[in-house]
Design a protein around this ligand. Sequence first.
Ligand SMILES: NC(=O)C1=CN([C@@H]2O[C@H](COP(=O)(O)OP(=O)(O)OC[C@H]3O[C@@H](n4cnc5c(N)ncnc54)[C@H](OP(=O)(O)O)[C@@H]3O)[C@@H](O)[C@H]2O)C=CC1
Ligand SMILES: O=C(O)C1=N[C@H](C(=O)O)C[C@H](O)C1
Length: 245
Amino acid sequence: METQVAVLGASGRMGSLVERIIDSTEGLVLHAGLTSATPLEEMLGADVLVDVSHLDASEIAVPFALEHGLDVVVGTSGWDERRIASVAAAVPAGRAAVFVPNFSLGSVLGTALASVAGRFFDSIEILEAHHDKKVDSPSGTAVRTAERIAAAREHPLSPPHADQEARGQLVAGVPIHSMRLRGIVADQQVVLGGAGEVLTIRHETISQEAYVRGITLAIGHARSSQGTTVGLDGVLGLGELLGRA
Ligand SMILES: NC(=O)C1=CN([C@@H]2O[C@H](COP(=O)(O)OP(=O)(O)OC[C@H]3O[C@@H](n4cnc5c(N)ncnc54)[C@H](OP(=O)(O)O)[C@@H]3O)[C@@H](O)[C@H]2O)C=CC1
Ligand SMILES: O=C(O)C1=N[C@H](C(=O)O)C[C@H](O)C1
Protein backbone atom coordinates (compact mmCIF):
# COMPACT_ATOMS: atom_id res chain seq x y z
CA MET A 1 0.00 0.00 0.00
CA GLU A 2 1.25 3.49 -0.85
CA THR A 3 2.11 6.07 1.82
CA GLN A 4 1.38 9.66 0.79
CA VAL A 5 4.01 11.94 2.31
CA ALA A 6 3.86 15.72 2.76
CA VAL A 7 7.16 17.52 3.38
CA LEU A 8 7.39 20.78 5.32
CA GLY A 9 10.64 22.57 4.53
CA ALA A 10 10.65 21.18 0.99
CA SER A 11 12.83 23.96 -0.44
CA GLY A 12 15.58 23.38 2.14
CA ARG A 13 18.60 21.08 2.28
CA MET A 14 16.80 18.42 4.32
CA GLY A 15 13.51 18.81 2.48
CA SER A 16 15.26 18.13 -0.84
CA LEU A 17 16.83 15.03 0.65
CA VAL A 18 13.47 13.80 1.96
CA GLU A 19 11.90 14.31 -1.48
CA ARG A 20 14.78 12.38 -3.07
CA ILE A 21 14.18 9.51 -0.62
CA ILE A 22 10.45 9.52 -1.40
CA ASP A 23 11.22 9.44 -5.14
CA SER A 24 13.51 6.45 -4.80
CA THR A 25 11.55 4.40 -2.23
CA GLU A 26 8.89 1.98 -3.38
CA GLY A 27 5.63 2.58 -1.54
CA LEU A 28 6.30 6.27 -0.80
CA VAL A 29 4.60 8.98 -2.86
CA LEU A 30 5.10 12.75 -2.57
CA HIS A 31 1.74 14.32 -1.70
CA ALA A 32 2.97 17.93 -1.36
CA GLY A 33 6.14 19.90 -0.70
CA LEU A 34 5.46 22.85 1.62
CA THR A 35 7.61 25.93 2.14
CA SER A 36 7.14 29.14 4.13
CA ALA A 37 4.90 30.36 1.27
CA THR A 38 2.53 27.36 1.29
CA PRO A 39 -0.74 27.12 3.25
CA LEU A 40 -0.65 24.24 5.75
CA GLU A 41 -3.89 22.91 4.21
CA GLU A 42 -1.80 21.55 1.33
CA MET A 43 -0.68 18.68 3.56
CA LEU A 44 -4.29 17.51 3.99
CA GLY A 45 -4.96 14.12 2.45
CA ALA A 46 -1.41 12.89 3.11
CA ASP A 47 -0.76 9.97 5.46
CA VAL A 48 2.34 11.42 7.07
CA LEU A 49 4.03 14.79 7.43
CA VAL A 50 7.82 14.91 7.45
CA ASP A 51 8.77 18.23 9.02
CA VAL A 52 12.28 19.54 8.40
CA SER A 53 11.72 23.27 8.63
CA HIS A 54 12.13 25.84 11.39
CA LEU A 55 10.93 25.57 15.00
CA ASP A 56 8.42 28.45 14.68
CA ALA A 57 6.74 26.75 11.72
CA SER A 58 7.09 23.29 13.20
CA GLU A 59 5.32 24.20 16.46
CA ILE A 60 2.24 25.17 14.42
CA ALA A 61 2.40 22.51 11.69
CA VAL A 62 2.89 19.46 13.93
CA PRO A 63 -0.30 19.88 16.04
CA PHE A 64 -2.16 20.88 12.84
CA ALA A 65 -1.09 17.66 11.11
CA LEU A 66 -2.00 15.48 14.09
CA GLU A 67 -5.41 17.16 14.47
CA HIS A 68 -6.11 16.49 10.79
CA GLY A 69 -5.32 12.79 10.91
CA LEU A 70 -1.69 12.68 9.72
CA ASP A 71 1.16 10.90 11.44
CA VAL A 72 4.24 13.09 11.86
CA VAL A 73 7.99 12.67 11.65
CA VAL A 74 9.73 15.72 13.12
CA GLY A 75 13.37 16.33 12.22
CA THR A 76 13.31 20.06 12.92
CA SER A 77 15.67 21.16 15.70
CA GLY A 78 14.49 22.82 18.88
CA TRP A 79 11.96 20.25 20.12
CA ASP A 80 13.26 19.86 23.67
CA GLU A 81 11.65 17.63 26.31
CA ARG A 82 9.18 20.32 27.40
CA ARG A 83 7.90 20.99 23.89
CA ILE A 84 7.66 17.29 23.04
CA ALA A 85 5.71 16.63 26.26
CA SER A 86 3.14 19.27 25.33
CA VAL A 87 2.47 17.62 21.95
CA ALA A 88 2.69 14.07 23.34
CA ALA A 89 -0.22 14.81 25.65
CA ALA A 90 -2.41 15.63 22.65
CA VAL A 91 -1.52 12.94 20.08
CA PRO A 92 -4.91 11.57 18.93
CA ALA A 93 -5.62 7.86 19.39
CA GLY A 94 -4.24 5.87 16.50
CA ARG A 95 -1.81 8.59 15.38
CA ALA A 96 1.98 8.67 15.77
CA ALA A 97 4.40 11.52 16.46
CA VAL A 98 8.04 10.58 15.89
CA PHE A 99 10.61 13.20 16.99
CA VAL A 100 14.11 12.53 15.65
CA PRO A 101 16.72 15.14 16.66
CA ASN A 102 19.29 13.32 14.49
CA PHE A 103 18.56 10.80 11.74
CA SER A 104 22.11 9.41 11.74
CA LEU A 105 22.80 6.04 13.37
CA GLY A 106 26.29 7.02 14.52
CA SER A 107 25.00 10.17 16.17
CA VAL A 108 22.29 8.40 18.13
CA LEU A 109 24.78 5.76 19.26
CA GLY A 110 27.17 8.55 20.33
CA THR A 111 24.40 10.13 22.39
CA ALA A 112 23.51 6.81 23.98
CA LEU A 113 27.15 6.06 24.83
CA ALA A 114 27.55 9.55 26.30
CA SER A 115 24.52 9.03 28.52
CA VAL A 116 26.05 5.78 29.82
CA ALA A 117 29.47 7.37 30.40
CA GLY A 118 27.86 10.45 31.92
CA ARG A 119 26.87 8.47 35.00
CA PHE A 120 30.54 8.10 35.93
CA PHE A 121 31.93 11.62 35.37
CA ASP A 122 31.01 14.88 37.11
CA SER A 123 32.71 17.15 34.60
CA ILE A 124 30.94 17.05 31.23
CA GLU A 125 30.75 19.51 28.32
CA ILE A 126 29.50 19.30 24.74
CA LEU A 127 31.21 20.91 21.74
CA GLU A 128 29.16 20.97 18.55
CA ALA A 129 30.10 22.36 15.14
CA HIS A 130 27.84 22.73 12.10
CA HIS A 131 27.88 24.34 8.65
CA ASP A 132 27.55 28.13 8.52
CA LYS A 133 24.01 28.02 7.07
CA LYS A 134 22.54 26.46 10.21
CA VAL A 135 20.30 29.09 11.80
CA ASP A 136 19.73 27.59 15.25
CA SER A 137 21.97 26.90 18.21
CA PRO A 138 22.62 24.88 20.22
CA SER A 139 21.93 21.96 17.90
CA GLY A 140 18.95 19.72 18.59
CA THR A 141 21.34 16.81 18.90
CA ALA A 142 23.37 18.55 21.60
CA VAL A 143 20.21 19.45 23.54
CA ARG A 144 19.00 15.84 23.34
CA THR A 145 22.44 14.57 24.40
CA ALA A 146 22.53 16.89 27.42
CA GLU A 147 18.99 15.87 28.40
CA ARG A 148 19.84 12.16 28.09
CA ILE A 149 23.03 12.58 30.15
CA ALA A 150 21.13 14.43 32.89
CA ALA A 151 18.29 11.88 32.94
CA ALA A 152 20.71 8.98 33.35
CA ARG A 153 22.62 10.51 36.28
CA GLU A 154 21.93 9.96 39.95
CA HIS A 155 22.95 13.52 40.89
CA PRO A 156 22.50 16.71 38.83
CA LEU A 157 25.60 18.31 37.35
CA SER A 158 26.74 21.64 38.73
CA PRO A 159 29.40 23.08 36.41
CA PRO A 160 31.56 25.83 37.91
CA HIS A 161 31.40 29.40 36.54
CA ALA A 162 28.12 28.70 34.72
CA ASP A 163 27.29 32.41 34.96
CA GLN A 164 30.01 33.36 32.43
CA GLU A 165 28.79 33.58 28.81
CA ALA A 166 31.96 32.11 27.35
CA ARG A 167 31.36 28.91 29.34
CA GLY A 168 28.59 27.93 26.92
CA GLN A 169 24.82 27.58 27.16
CA LEU A 170 23.65 25.36 30.00
CA VAL A 171 21.18 22.63 29.04
CA ALA A 172 20.18 20.24 31.83
CA GLY A 173 23.35 21.31 33.66
CA VAL A 174 25.65 20.54 30.71
CA PRO A 175 27.48 23.45 29.02
CA ILE A 176 27.09 23.36 25.22
CA HIS A 177 29.53 25.26 22.99
CA SER A 178 28.39 25.87 19.39
CA MET A 179 30.49 26.71 16.32
CA ARG A 180 29.14 27.50 12.83
CA LEU A 181 31.82 27.09 10.16
CA ARG A 182 32.12 26.64 6.41
CA GLY A 183 33.43 23.22 5.47
CA ILE A 184 31.69 21.34 8.28
CA VAL A 185 28.50 19.25 7.95
CA ALA A 186 27.89 18.31 11.59
CA ASP A 187 30.24 17.33 14.37
CA GLN A 188 29.68 16.70 18.07
CA GLN A 189 32.10 15.91 20.88
CA VAL A 190 31.01 15.02 24.39
CA VAL A 191 34.01 15.55 26.66
CA LEU A 192 33.96 13.85 30.06
CA GLY A 193 36.67 14.76 32.55
CA GLY A 194 37.67 12.59 35.51
CA ALA A 195 40.61 12.26 37.88
CA GLY A 196 43.68 12.10 35.64
CA GLU A 197 41.72 11.23 32.48
CA VAL A 198 39.48 12.61 29.75
CA LEU A 199 37.03 10.57 27.67
CA THR A 200 35.85 12.08 24.38
CA ILE A 201 32.88 10.64 22.46
CA ARG A 202 32.90 12.15 18.99
CA HIS A 203 30.59 11.82 16.02
CA GLU A 204 31.21 13.38 12.60
CA THR A 205 28.64 13.64 9.84
CA ILE A 206 30.52 13.59 6.53
CA SER A 207 27.51 14.04 4.24
CA GLN A 208 23.71 14.06 4.25
CA GLU A 209 23.78 10.38 3.23
CA ALA A 210 24.08 9.72 6.97
CA TYR A 211 20.40 10.70 7.35
CA VAL A 212 18.90 8.54 4.58
CA ARG A 213 18.40 5.30 6.52
CA GLY A 214 17.03 7.10 9.60
CA ILE A 215 14.53 9.12 7.58
CA THR A 216 13.24 6.00 5.81
CA LEU A 217 12.96 4.09 9.10
CA ALA A 218 11.24 7.00 10.86
CA ILE A 219 8.56 7.25 8.13
CA GLY A 220 7.95 3.50 8.42
CA HIS A 221 7.79 3.76 12.21
CA ALA A 222 5.29 6.61 12.06
CA ARG A 223 3.00 4.45 9.91
CA SER A 224 3.32 1.33 12.08
CA SER A 225 3.28 2.75 15.63
CA GLN A 226 1.02 4.87 17.80
CA GLY A 227 1.73 7.61 20.34
CA THR A 228 5.03 9.43 20.73
CA THR A 229 8.52 8.15 19.93
CA VAL A 230 11.62 10.22 20.62
CA GLY A 231 14.96 9.65 18.95
CA LEU A 232 16.21 7.22 16.33
CA ASP A 233 17.07 4.96 19.29
CA GLY A 234 13.33 4.74 19.98
CA VAL A 235 12.66 3.96 16.31
CA LEU A 236 15.35 1.26 16.22
CA GLY A 237 14.41 -0.14 19.64
CA LEU A 238 17.97 0.38 20.91
CA GLY A 239 16.82 1.38 24.41
CA GLU A 240 17.07 -2.06 26.00
CA LEU A 241 20.30 -2.94 24.23
CA LEU A 242 21.91 0.19 25.65
CA GLY A 243 20.44 -0.23 29.12
CA ARG A 244 18.04 2.71 28.54
CA ALA A 245 20.46 5.16 30.10
N1 LIG B 1 17.01 15.52 12.48
C1 LIG B 1 18.10 15.58 11.71
O1 LIG B 1 18.86 14.60 11.54
C2 LIG B 1 18.44 16.85 11.01
C3 LIG B 1 17.72 17.97 11.29
N2 LIG B 1 18.00 19.15 10.67
C4 LIG B 1 17.13 20.26 11.00
O2 LIG B 1 16.16 20.36 9.96
C5 LIG B 1 15.77 21.73 9.84
C6 LIG B 1 15.97 22.18 8.39
O3 LIG B 1 17.33 22.16 8.09
P1 LIG B 1 17.84 22.57 6.63
O4 LIG B 1 17.11 21.82 5.60
O5 LIG B 1 19.32 22.48 6.68
O6 LIG B 1 17.39 24.11 6.59
P2 LIG B 1 17.18 25.04 5.32
O7 LIG B 1 17.40 26.44 5.81
O8 LIG B 1 17.94 24.54 4.16
O9 LIG B 1 15.62 24.87 4.98
C7 LIG B 1 14.62 25.34 5.85
C8 LIG B 1 13.28 25.01 5.26
O10 LIG B 1 12.28 25.38 6.21
C9 LIG B 1 11.35 26.25 5.58
N3 LIG B 1 10.84 27.25 6.53
C10 LIG B 1 11.54 28.16 7.24
N4 LIG B 1 10.70 28.93 7.96
C11 LIG B 1 9.46 28.48 7.68
C12 LIG B 1 8.16 28.86 8.09
N5 LIG B 1 7.98 29.87 8.96
N6 LIG B 1 7.08 28.18 7.60
C13 LIG B 1 7.26 27.15 6.74
N7 LIG B 1 8.47 26.74 6.31
C14 LIG B 1 9.55 27.41 6.77
C15 LIG B 1 12.13 26.94 4.45
O11 LIG B 1 11.20 27.42 3.47
P3 LIG B 1 11.54 28.74 2.60
O12 LIG B 1 12.49 28.28 1.55
O13 LIG B 1 10.22 29.15 2.07
O14 LIG B 1 12.16 29.74 3.57
C16 LIG B 1 12.98 25.77 3.96
O15 LIG B 1 12.21 24.92 3.11
C17 LIG B 1 16.60 22.51 10.85
O16 LIG B 1 15.87 22.64 12.04
C18 LIG B 1 17.80 21.59 11.08
O17 LIG B 1 18.41 21.82 12.31
C19 LIG B 1 18.98 19.25 9.75
C20 LIG B 1 19.75 18.17 9.43
C21 LIG B 1 19.55 16.87 10.04
O1 LIG C 1 21.09 21.75 10.85
C1 LIG C 1 21.77 20.72 10.69
O2 LIG C 1 22.56 20.56 9.74
C2 LIG C 1 21.59 19.63 11.65
N1 LIG C 1 20.69 19.78 12.58
C3 LIG C 1 20.33 18.81 13.56
C4 LIG C 1 20.65 19.35 14.95
O3 LIG C 1 20.35 20.52 15.23
O4 LIG C 1 21.16 18.59 15.77
C5 LIG C 1 20.91 17.45 13.29
C6 LIG C 1 22.29 17.46 12.69
O5 LIG C 1 23.19 17.81 13.68
C7 LIG C 1 22.38 18.40 11.51
